[in-house]
Design a protein. Structure first.
Length: 94
């Protein structure tokens, strides 16, 4: 193994939590988008719930990267998801 490959492996192992957090954020976002775009209130409700669960991941990504716009968007998404859950709470008639 050459020195560049060794440095890359060390970088990945040193930042394993950051990379795991990125994976959780991406997978959670895909799930959120598919559920929120659904036609039923029940699916949209659970989509907003998943968005609330993964919002701290985006907050962490923005904080660690120094990308303050991502931090603000994560906070905005967090609070708007509560509003989305509130507006889609009645799903008995779906």
């Amino acid at each position: 193994m050459d020195q560049a490959q060794t440095r890359m492996i060390e970088h990945i192992l040193n930042d394993w939590f950051f990379h795991l957090n990125n994976a959780i954020a991406i997978i959670g976002s895909l799930i959120t988008v598919s559920l929120v775009a659904s036609k039923t209130n029940k699916s949209r409700y659970w989509g907003f719930f998943v968005a609330i669960i993964i919002s701290p991941s985006f907050f962490y990504i923005g904080w660690q990267s120094g990308a303050w716009a991502i931090v603000l968007l994560a906070l905005y998404r967090f609070f708007e998801s509560f509003r989305g859950m509130y507006n889609n709470r009645k799903f008995d008639d779906d």
